[in-house]
Design a binder for this molecule. Sequence first.
Ligand SMILES: [Ca+2]
Ligand SMILES: [Ca+2]
Length: 192
Amino acid sequence: MGNAKSGALSREVLEDLKTSTRYTEEELCRWYESFQRQCPDGRISRAEFEKIYGTFFPNSDPQGYARHVFRSFDTNDDGTLDFREYIIALHLTSSGKTHLKLEWAFSLFDVDRNGEVSKSEVLEIITAIFKMIPAEEQKLLPEDENSPQKRADKLWAYFKKGENDKIAEGEFIEGVMQNDAIMRLIQYEPKK
Ligand SMILES: [Ca+2]
Ligand SMILES: [Ca+2]
């Protein structure tokens, strides 16, 4: 920990990240260097995060979604992302392992962090996702997916839930893994 202030990555954090991700020491040290260059104080604020996020979606409004993504990454809830949270975020979202990604997606949908997802939480996140879809792409969406409410209804119907029912994490992950159409509803990948 004593090293942290002088700019070096502490052994403790390094070992922790090596265990919880599949990244090598070399990769972690390299990312730490660039992280330190971009964030000399060792933290990314929510505003900075939203700004970075915005540059990836120049033709739509990703702020609401970025705020939820930030919340899901800020696991100690202190309003900033430190290097550890940043790397875990990278690991969860870029690993390509569906199960891991869906664990993260569940934490994104579980807005109040109570371990289950309600329909109003689904609607809130799907609304934020919808705002990232550029207007001209929205026009091309299937009739039953062209509004946040329709998307939330479709997802809820797929899980055979009543309005006030909840979805637990295991059920969510299993359900989405078994259905590509549902996977499509809970994310937005910009067209290249
Ligand atoms: Ca934090
Ligand atoms: Ca919840």
